[in-house]
Design a protein around this ligand. Structure first.
Ligand code: PDD
Length: 279
């Protein structure tokens, strides 16, 4: 692969980042994952906007030109002949001698991008079979709306799911589902789509925003509010959204069947609409 590091396109084995990088030492960095279908970026504008917001919330002052960033994304698609897959982007506060205090504001940020080819991303067979979910307590920090690279807890959640023969985990706080380890969580009950309201407790998913807008356009009912695990277990349908899964049905939670145990009608329709409108 050709990757991008701080202004250069390099073969992946020649790309280097400092051992003093604050992303490495303090998880002092933010990221975005943008999907690519038919060689085209899906909703880059949404990801660029959220990247800027994450940086602003962390007082990361580096000026990043979003048009330049778009150019780098496109260049990587071309150089890697990427038809279907993901582009990962990470920006850290840069390299400085280890100190909890932030380094000087003119410290150059570390900007890294790489591609991941995922043939069959849109035709993922899981859309037909649905995902098995387990739940874990949400033990992340309190600013989950900032897309930082502190991903150890979500990683533990995915390992816990795997150990139980499931595909992913939903996180639960005060009895309510916050979100999935790397996706937003939804249920459908009596034709109403329910997903947690925006706040500091969840990531403001770019796919979430697009899917909710498309659902409303299609005259579907949407409620943005917290829902309990109990409600999820009684739901007619359940699903997740993310840049890497688009819209994906959930058919069981903690070993209990959701609805009929097959992917629901509404989630199927939403996936169709999303892929049709966004690609
Ligand atoms: N994850 N919630 C969390 C905690 C996430 O990490 C993600 C994205 C989402 C969905 O956001 P979006 O629709 O903008 O992808 C929700 C990415 C895909 C990842 O970490 O790979």
């Amino acid at each position: 692969r050709t990757v991008y590091v701080n202004g250069e396109y390099l073969p992946e084995d020649q790309a280097k980042v400092s051992v003093f990088d604050r992303g490495f030492l303090f998880a002092d960095g933010v990221y975005e994952v943008t999907s690519v279908l038919d060689g085209k970026l899906i909703d880059f504008a949404g990801h660029a906007k959220r990247l800027q917001r994450s940086m602003d919330e962390l007082d990361m002052k580096a000026a990043i030109d979003m048009d330049d960033l778009l150019g780098i994304h496109r260049e990587l698609v071309v150089r890697n002949d990427l038809s279907e897959g993901l582009i990962y982007l990470q920006v850290t506060r840069g390299a400085a001698d280890r100190d909890f205090l932030y380094p000087a504001e003119d410290t150059p940020p570390t900007i890294v991008l790489f591609t991941q080819a995922k043939p069959g991303l849109a035709a993922n067979p899981m859309a037909k079979t649905g995902m098995k979910i387990v739940t874990v307590p949400d033990r992340r920090w309190g600013r989950r709306d900032i897309k930082t690279v502190q991903l150890l807890y979500p990683s533990m959640g995915k390992m816990a799911a795997k150990a139980q023969g499931a595909d992913d985990a939903w996180m639960v706080e005060d009895g309510a589902v916050t979100e999935g380890t790397s996706n937003n969580a939804y249920i459908v009950k009596d034709g109403v789509i329910v997903t947690r309201h925006l706040g500091e407790e969840i990531l403001h998913g770019i796919t979430r925003k697009a899917v909710l807008a498309l659902a409303r356009e299609a005259q579907m009912k949407v409620e943005e509010r917290a829902f309990t695990l109990e409600e999820a277990l009684q739901a007619d349908e359940a699903f997740i959204t993310s840049a890497s899964s688009f819209v994906m049905p959930v058919v069981s939670i903690d070993g209990e069947t959701v609805g009929t145990g097959k992917p629901g009608k509404i989630v199927g329709r939403l996936r169709e609409i999303y892929l049709e409108e966004m690609r």
